[in-house]
Design a protein around this ligand. Structure first.
Ligand code: FAD
Length: 435
């Protein structure tokens, strides 16, 4: 049998991980073709000072800001088979993550398989006689030069690794067009200095929202952190106060909050996350994005009617690199036949039951992909089904402990340093001597 040809869309963390595992099984898979629209590997970790567009009209992909340090310690942020360098602190600057991904790419000899400055424009399923599951994929690409020649190639399988943090989501707020100050999304935030001394209403208290609130406080901005969660308990940075979400903008440009209070800030900053977007995917695939749920995907990966298409990394509130490592190995077990997929009907039923069970537990549709602490059971399930090594026991425990420290000590948790002692044990040194 001829080797399977796999296309990988994107050379960020997910695409590189996919390529690394495909390359590790040369008897079954031909070297993959990785399509990357930019000149670099690393995806969102390739910081760009400019905002909006690269200059050739292509929108900036990265959502990094200048001073960002990771919010997950390197001990569990890394791919399990490729640790960060030992000398680095647990929470590294984004430039170190980019270097790490470059090294990962070179260590596993992926670079020659990446087609840079090549954008995937269309991915179309084709019914064939002799393909994997009688299915193949025509992938059309262009190089961004105008007029751009399109190139079409055929593959047995496609792994979609295009990232999910580049298309800003701004919630519909009645009257938003009446706001007369600056409106900005965190995708276009780079550094705090332009906000020095300004009043800012920052909507959203996720990881980026909190991080940016801290940066703004350091330049004496007056920040109202507007969010719909329970009030945050840990000490907030100086100059930052909490309020409920903004409900509307009045005719004179004043923001009204859900508790009836008002503000007229200089800046309205949205840290409200991103839209999923798969503009290249043919309609026949039937993948729907509704209320931040990408569906139908068996095990959050596979459209049941097209089981040689894999959408990697759509889950949220996860530990991304290890998650990609697990998902990719599962995918390869599907493709090499070591994990035979259930029938289309069974996969559809599984998705239906899984989504219904989550809703019955009070999880709103928009949060179904937010795995959070359930990610460990999910990872273990994929490893068990496909018969590969699960993550070592310390992984979940250390990651979850970091979450607790982060909520208790938002101002300092990135100064903690972790040390893994064995497969089960680890210690942490923080400013309060936690261990
Ligand atoms: P990306 O890194 O976005 O890569 C996708 C790639 O696909 C890009 O290179 C893009 O150019 C390419 N691409 C897209 N469309 C096409 C196309 N049509 N054709 C060709 N190429 C295409 N994770 C952590 O583990 N720790 C952290 O501390 C952390 N902090 C974060 C902070 C911010 C501000 C953000 C935005 C994310 C953070 N993350 C963090 C999550 C981060 O997104 C993941 O770690 C991971 O890098 C995502 O990898 P990816 O490959 O899925 O997507």
């Amino acid at each position: 049998m001829s080797r399977l040809r796999v296309a990988i869309i994107g050379a960020g963390g997910a695409g590189l991980c996919a390529a690394r595992h495909v390359l590790s099984r040369p008897k079954i898979f031909a070297p993959p073709v990785v399509f990357e629209q930019t000149k670099s590997v690393g995806g969102t970790w390739v910081y760009k000072e400019q905002v909006n567009s690269y200059g050739n009209g292509m929108p900036i992909h990265s959502s990094m800001y200048r001073d960002l340090r990771t919010n997950i310690p390197k001990e569990v942020m890394s791919f399990p088979d490729f640790p960060f360098e030992k000398h680095l602190p647990s929470f590294v600057h984004h430039t170190e993550v980019r270097k790490y991904l470059e090294k990962y790419c070179d260590h596993f000899k992926m670079r020659n398989h990446i087609k840079f400055e090549t954008t995937v424009d269309a991915v179309v399923p084709v019914r064939v006689e002799n393909g994997w599951n009688r299915l193949a994929w025509d992938v059309t690409t262009s190089d961004g030069i105008d007029p751009s020649p399109s190139v079409e190639s055929r593959f047995d399988a496609v792994m979609v690794c295009n990232g999910h943090f580049f298309d800003p989501y701004i919630p519909a707020i009645p009257g938003l067009d009446k706001f007369t100050g600056a409106v900005i999304h965190s995708h276009n935030y780079r550094s705090a200095e332009p906000y020095a001394g300004k009043s800012v209403v920052l909507l959203g208290a996720g990881l980026s929202g909190l991080d940016i609130a801290m940066e703004l406080s350091q330049v004496n901005a007056k920040v109202v952190l507007s969010h719909g969660q329970k009030p945050l308990k840990g000490p907030l940075p100086p100059g930052v106060q909490q309020s409920p979400p903004v409900s509307k903008v009045l005719d004179d440009g004043t923001l009204e909050f859900q508790d009836g209070s008002h503000a007229r800030p200089d800046v309205f900053l949205f840290c409200t996350g991103y839209n999923f977007t798969f503009p290249f995917l043919d309609k026949q695939v039937g993948l729907k994005v509704k209320e931040h749920l990408v569906s139908p995907l068996y095990k959050f990966l596979i459209p049941p009617a097209f089981p040689s298409l894999f959408v990697v990394g759509v889950c949220r509130a996860i530990c991304p690199f290890p998650h990609f490592h697990i998902q990719t190995q599962f995918i390869l077990s599907v493709l090499d036949g070591s994990f035979p997929l259930p029938s289309q009907e069974e996969m559809e039923k599984d998705i239906e039951l899984d989504e219904a069970a989550r809703r019955a537990r009070g999880i709103a549709t928009r949060h179904i992909l937010k795995l959070d602490s359930e990610q460990w059971a999910y990872n273990d399930e994929l490893a068990r089904l496909a018969g590969f090594q699960p993550l070592p026991p310390y992984w979940s425990n250390l990651y979850e402990s970091n979450k607790v420290f982060r909520s208790q000590d938002m101002l300092n948790y990135k100064t903690y340093n972790y040390k893994v002692l064995s497969q089960e044990e680890w210690t942490v040194q923080g400013p309060q001597g936690l261990s």
